[in-house]
Design a protein around this ligand. Structure first.
Ligand SMILES: [Zn+2]
Length: 80
């Protein structure tokens, strides 16, 4: 019977947002958890490396948002 294999293939085609449901995979690499699980806020990570990667990614994103905020702010100040 090949049913299980077909099911698995169909699941892997699902978008990452749906596959993430249930929090049974690492938030960063989407890999399975080992013996140790790292937690940050509501997210779970399979390793410290993934956790750090997520942190640096988030920091970079936040820095970009802050920069854009400052730019748009100075623009509005100049305009008025
Ligand atoms: Zn991971």
């Amino acid at each position: 019977m090949n049913n299980a294999e077909g099911m698995q293939e169909r699941f892997s085609e699902l978008p990452p947002t749906l596959r993430k449901a249930g929090m049974k995979r690492c938030h960063q690499c989407n890999g399975h958890f080992g013996l140790i699980r790292h937690k940050l806020a509501l997210n779970h990570f399979c390793s410290r490396r993934c956790l750090n990667k997520y942190k640096t990614d988030t920091d970079r994103k936040m820095a970009r948002i802050k920069r854009v905020d400052r730019l748009s702010y100075s623009k509005t100040v100049r305009a008025t």
